[in-house]
Design a protein around this ligand. Structure first.
Ligand code: CO
Length: 203
């Protein structure tokens, strides 16, 4: 992470620079987090500050220039169904939720449900929203900031958000899921709005 803190220094936190397409870091496959130390906690707090500042409900590490396998999600947004959280570490389930946010470290997909429409946007593609199709339910496991493992069963917006953020950890953007016709319209939107679109290599 090479970002220079811009604000929030008085509070020991920093807003990180949000990467926009076609920044190549948005296409990397992230690396597993092995060390759960204060440096990680500071990074998670900075990610959270950045997400709130940008008015997002989820954020993945590559979006702020990091190649760590980390995503966060705000659970306090009204209208987002609260996912069912089960501890796999013998803890109380609430121990895995940090200040109303879900910190998904090294998340792994366990199962997914039927495909449904999902209306999405992304902080790395400013001001673009579109409808794609994804599983409407998802079960994943992840580690929290202490490294304790937990399971999440999510539906609807929470499930879409988890999948959207997990995609980021493998270099996938939500627009990669667009139908062929919608992709043509999206490319036109990019050209009109001064964004350079680069498809994922191998897709
Ligand atoms: Co995104």
């Amino acid at each position: 992470m090479t970002d220079v803190p811009k604000f929030g220094l008085l509070f020991g936190m920093a807003l990180l620079d949000v990467k926009i397409i076609p920044d190549p870091i948005l296409r990397v496959t992230t690396e597993k987090v092995e060390v759960f130390d204060q440096k990680l906690h500071t990074f998670l707090d900075d990610m959270y500050e950045t997400m709130i500042d940008a008015i997002g409900i989820g954020l993945a590490a590559p979006q702020v220039g990091s190649t760590q396998r980390i995503a966060i999600m705000d659970l306090t947004i009204e209208g987002v169904p609260y996912p069912a959280i089960t501890s796999l570490s013998g803890k109380d389930a609430s121990a895995h939720v940090y200040n109303g946010r879900l910190e998904l470290i090294n998340p792994v997909l366990v199962s997914k449900g039927a495909i449904v429409p999902s209306d999405e946007g992304c902080l790395s593609i400013p001001d673009y929203r579109d409808s794609i199709k994804r599983p409407g339910t998802v079960v994943i496991t992840a580690q929290d900031r202490r490294g304790d493992e937990y399971k999440v069963e999510a539906e609807d917006l929470a499930a879409f958000c988890i999948q959207h953020e997990m995609d980021h950890l493998d270099g996938v953007l939500f627009v990669d899921h667009l139908s062929r016709l919608k992709m043509q319209l999206f490319r036109r939107w990019c050209a009109k709005n001064g964004f350079e679109w680069q498809p994922r290599i191998g897709s």
